[in-house]
Design a binder for this molecule. Structure first.
Ligand SMILES: Nc1nc2c(ncn2[C@@H]2O[C@H](COP(=O)(O)OP(=O)(O)OP(=O)(O)O)[C@@H](O)[C@H]2O)c(=O)[nH]1
Ligand SMILES: [Mg+2]
Length: 349
């Protein structure tokens, strides 16, 4: 049985609503990939339904070297629990992709130091780290060389969270758009082999981004929340308590006992509203869903409070971005939809 070149699904001509459907026998791509590639139109959503354990177990069963792909913008989402347990003994190269989304002025060394620090905390060991971009092709030639050295007659399996940029990176390595990529998580549906310069690669379905803002908004809003060009940080110098609303998706209230700086790293298509702490509740109540859009698909929220020490701290909301806090900001309250991960970390940039 043949499979779709774009997503790996088994091609079939009987069920238009299921994966792999094509109206024409002998097609190279399924209808879903065809619509995604040519019209950016998602006919069948697979943001849930791909079993992460099955994917990890499938990867573990291959006698392969591993290209682990994480997204530098959504870095915390990319750290996969159980990864060391299941494939920790493999030869792993980590490709941190979407380098083009971070300001060019930030040095590679600084980012690499950050990444190695986080890997240590998560207990993940890799042979090498490459900072790359599948869209601008930065770092791709060096990665290709490293993969040739790593492979030693074995295939290379490409793994990572959904939407991290695996298929885009493989297309960049191949110098042609063979695989389907899209902003909708769950684009690649099955293990999908392809050969590049004599090396055998296996593209895999992304591990579901369960606790991310991506899962809490309607698919049409992904265009708003996912950045597509270099992030321009928005900087606020503050002297009093303040509140920030990212549309109706997240609210961050900060207590400032002197002078502080709040720098936001989010998509420039998102509406960021700053207000004084006293007026923030009223604003949220009156403007939620009006001025403060987009809103999540759920009304259930959770608020976390964090006491900051001296370190420059990032408050990261999976799938949305982060804000960096420094100076005399002492307490931070973060409100997000329930079940979205929030991480307080030493500043990345
Ligand atoms: N700016 C930027 N966007 C990227 C880069 N790589 C991927 N993207 C975008 O990220 C989104 C996801 O890319 P995919 O290649 O489909 O990601 P994937 O990891 O294969 O996703 P699944 O198949 O769902 O697991 C798409 O909108 C890509 O255009 C990159 O290096 N830079
Ligand atoms: Mg893919």
């Amino acid at each position: 049985m043949s499979t779709c070149r774009g997503c790996g699904a088994i091609l079939q001509t009987t069920n238009p609503n299921a994966a792999g459907y094509t109206p024409k026998e002998g097609s190279a791509y399924c209808k879903r990939c065809f619509r995604l590639i040519h019209y950016d139109d998602l006919t069948v959503s697979m943001k849930t339904g791909i079993d992460p354990d099955q994917v990890l177990d499938g990867i573990a069963q291959l006698n392969a070297a591993v290209l682990y792909v994480t997204d530098l913008f959504d870095f915390e989402s990319g750290m996969i629990p159980g990864l060391s347990r299941k494939i920790g003994d493999r030869d792993i190269i980590l490709a941190c992709t979407k380098r083009d989304l971070l300001p060019e002025t930030v040095s590679h060394d600084k980012i690499a130091r950050f990444v190695f620090g986080r890997l240590k905390e998560y207990g993940i060991h890799v042979k090498a780290l490459h900072l790359v971009s599948g869209t601008s092709k930065e770092g791709v030639d060096e990665l290709r060389e490293a993969l040739h050295e790593l492979a030693k007659e074995r295939p290379i399996v490409v793994m990572g969270r959904a939407n991290s940029g695996k298929s885009t990176l493989l297309n960049a390595l191949a110098n042609q758009a063979v695989l389907t990529s899209s902003r909708y998580p769950g684009t690649t549906l099955e293990f999908n082999e392809l050969e590049i310069d004599g090396l055998k690669f296996v593209d895999t379905p992304g591990i579901e981004v369960q606790h991310s803002m991506i899962m809490k908004v309607a698919e049409r809003e992904l265009k708003t929340i996912l950045p597509s060009s270099t992030i321009k940080p928005t900087v606020f110098q503050i002297h009093e308590d303040q509140s920030y609303a990212v549309g109706g998706l997240t609210r961050v209230d900060v207590r400032c006992e002197g002078k502080g700086t709040v720098t936001w790293y989010i998509s420039d298509r998102l509406y960021l509203h700053r207000s004084k702490a006293e007026t923030a509740d009223d604003l949220w109540k009156k403007q939620y869903g009006k001025l403060l859009v987009p809103v999540p698909e759920t009304n259930r929220t959770i608020t976390r409070t964090y006491k900051r020490n001296e370190e420059k701290t990032d408050v990261v909301v999976d799938g949305l971005g982060w804000c960096c806090l420094s100076g005399d900001i002492t307490t931070i309250r973060v409100t997000t939809p329930e079940d979205v991960n929030v991480t307080f970390r030493k500043a990345m940039l």
